[in-house]
Design a protein. Structure first.
Length: 602
């Protein structure tokens, strides 16, 4: 890389970097290692030069210099083994290096055979992650409602306004109504699904010019689904609260006949031939898909091939990511709800940035079949909406086992539920500072009679280093792109992919063992409390698979306008019902949902 910044480097600098790149070339598993008996004849040099040039590394002059130096070195030597020892975390003697150099060609041959076999993005590994493995008792607990939860009659009207659910509000108010109220309006014929769908399509087209949150409007599909919903409801066929309700999908979810871009320019025009499992489940529940919403390239951040998705509360700021469009569209009233995904913050972060409710369910709650894989052991799907009740309605329709996703499971979930706070132990995390939104949530719960218990989270197991497992899995999924030097429009992923190739299989498995200890430590936490507030636990809980909720609890004065700030709540495995039930109590006292952003600031 330094060579690219040197206009006329002296020969000594070229030789130095050629030597360094030679060592890198021999130890990088993404490229074929030179034969042991490599000679410096012209034909060998030409073959080596062609191999190096194919990697796309450096200029033509640089590639020729590297070919000359590598050919002279004679392939795998004790010196090249020594240069690679840091990768394996070893320090060998000269004799051990010599013996290893002699045995590595066999391994090289085996790896070359494996690398010659191509895999599709949809191919799954033979291993799967089980968040219940470290705490078998959690499986039994997840078979039924927790003892502090009881079913409640659905609210008669969840609307923040006083407009009766039998009268059609003005369009601007209609667009902001919660799912339960919209469902009632559909059933009283105060509004039709087609009217709702056209309203949201119009808002998406209008406000996307400022927010940059829409990848594809699924207009034809949406109108057809809405008309079907209207006919079915008129005939007395009721599929549930989502019947006739428009929604948006993060553009990692495939929809047959429409582009699924993953935010990457390489897939900008790729048409999906199949439909993701979660999309099919929501369609079966009668929901109406109006848009594919933006994701940062390959599920990172809010920057995609048409620019940055923006925060409706501050258009000079990105919406965070990678469920960038899902959070932005929900926060701006462009869809009642959206489905996002999270591997390491991609629901929680944009929900908090855009001041909307985001539920990251337990790993395995919702099938990921038909969704872009980034990390087989960490990817999760979940809803972003304007209230806990809306998230509960969506989760009830979307969750469950699916043979196409071997990590998906059937566990108890019903909604709505009411918590008995006298039976609930609420944790206050003491080993991290309490932020104002977290304190606000704790104050609300304490005022409602909850018992608050100090608790600490496991901080000694290096969760962010352990999360390097994500990078390795992602590098494996996109290994062909790294091999081919594909980097355009992929944010910083190419550098991460290259770096992850230097994590050994032994170190990856060691990280997996540490991860299991982290899971055991979190099981101990949930023997002391049933739910906790805050804790800066993003790295920990994405590794252990625990569910979390981002919830707006107060308004913060800032420019260009005040915006909601969110707390986070985390519960035991498969206990989303407690998260949402407790969140609903906080939500009612906080009274933040009545605020709407004004799309200003650019």
């Amino acid at each position: 890389y330094a060579y690219m910044y040197l206009s006329s480097p002296p020969a000594s600098i070229i030789i130095t970097f050629v030597s360094l790149l030679e060592h890198w070339f021999f130890k990088n598993p993404s490229f074929k290692i030179l034969p042991t008996a490599m000679t410096s004849d012209s034909s060998s040099r030409r073959r080596l030069l062609q191999t190096i040039a194919a990697t796309g590394v450096g200029s033509a002059v640089f590639q020729r210099a590297l070919a000359d130096e590598a050919a002279k070195s004679g392939g795998l030597t004790a010196q090249s083994v020594e240069a690679a020892e840091w990768i394996a975390g070893l320090e060998l003697s000269p004799e051990e290096r010599a013996r290893l150099a002699g045995s590595l060609p066999t391994l090289q041959s085996q790896l070359e055979k494996l690398r010659a076999i191509s895999c599709n993005f949809e191919d799954l590994p033979a291993l799967r992650f089980d968040p219940e493995a470290a705490d078998p008792a959690s499986r039994q607990m997840a078979a039924a409602a927790r003892p502090w939860l009881t079913p409640v009659a659905p609210p008669t009207d969840a609307a923040p306004s006083t407009t009766p659910a039998t009268e059609r509000p003005q369009d601007e108010d209609l667009a902001w109504l919660p799912i339960r109220t919209l469902a009632r309006l559909l059933r009283t014929r105060a509004v039709s699904s087609e009217e709702l769908t056209r309203l949201y399509l119009q808002r998406l087209m209008r406000d996307d010019q400022k927010l940059n949150c829409v990848v594809t409007l699924t207009e034809d599909l949406a109108i057809a689904q809405a008309r079907t919903a209207d006919r079915e409801l008129a005939a007395g066929t009721d599929r549930g609260l989502l019947h006739g309700i428009p929604w948006g999908a993060k553009d990692l979810l495939s929809v047959a006949g429409y582009a699924t871009t993953w935010g990457a320019p390489q897939f900008r025009d790729r048409q999906s031939k199949s439909t993701a499992a979660v999309v099919s489940r929501l369609e079966a529940a009668g929901a109406v898909l109006v848009a594919k919403l933006s994701t940062g390239a390959l599920a990172m951040g809010d920057q995609w091939f048409l620019g940055q998705t923006r925060n409706p509360w501050n258009l000079q700021q990105g919406s965070s990511g990678s469920s960038a469009g899902s959070a932005s569209a929900v926060a701006a009233g462009l869809v009642p709800f959206a489905i996002g995904s999270e591997t390491l913050g991609s629901i929680m972060s944009p929900a908090r940035r855009c001041g909307t409710t985001g539920l990251r369910p337990t790993f395995g709650r919702i099938s990921r079949a038909g969704c872009m894989a980034l990390s087989w052991s960490m990817d999760k799907l979940g809803p972003l909406a304007r209230s806990c009740d809306d998230c509960g309605i969506v989760l009830a329709a979307a969750h469950g086992a699916d043979p196409a996703d071997p990590c998906s499971v059937d566990r108890w979930f019903e909604w709505p539920m009411q918590p008995d706070l006298s039976k609930l132990r609420v944790g206050k995390v003491t080993d991290k500072p309490i932020l104002p939104p977290e304190q606000a949530a704790l104050d609300h719960l304490q005022a409602l009679g909850a018992q608050i218990i100090d608790v600490s989270l496991p901080r000694d197991l290096q969760e962010w280093a352990t999360a390097g497992m994500l990078d390795v899995e992602a590098a494996c999924i996109f290994r062909e792109w790294t091999n081919q030097g594909i980097t355009e429009g992929l944010n910083v992923w190419p550098a991460i992919f290259r770096k992850a190739r230097f994590m050994s299989a032994v170190d990856y498995m060691h990280a997996a063992r540490i991860r299991f200890r982290l899971m055991q430590a979190m099981a101990e936490v949930f023997r002391k409390v049933d739910i906790y507030v805050g804790g800066e636990d993003l790295g920990i809980t994405n590794l252990t698979g625990h569910p979390s909720l981002a919830l707006p609890v107060l308004m913060k004065e800032q420019q260009p306008q005040p915006r909601p700030e969110c707390c986070t709540l985390t519960a035991g495995l498969h206990d989303e019902a407690t998260l949402l039930a407790v969140g609903t109590l906080i939500e009612q006292r906080a009274d933040v949902l009545r605020f709407r952003p004004e799309l200003a600031g650019v």
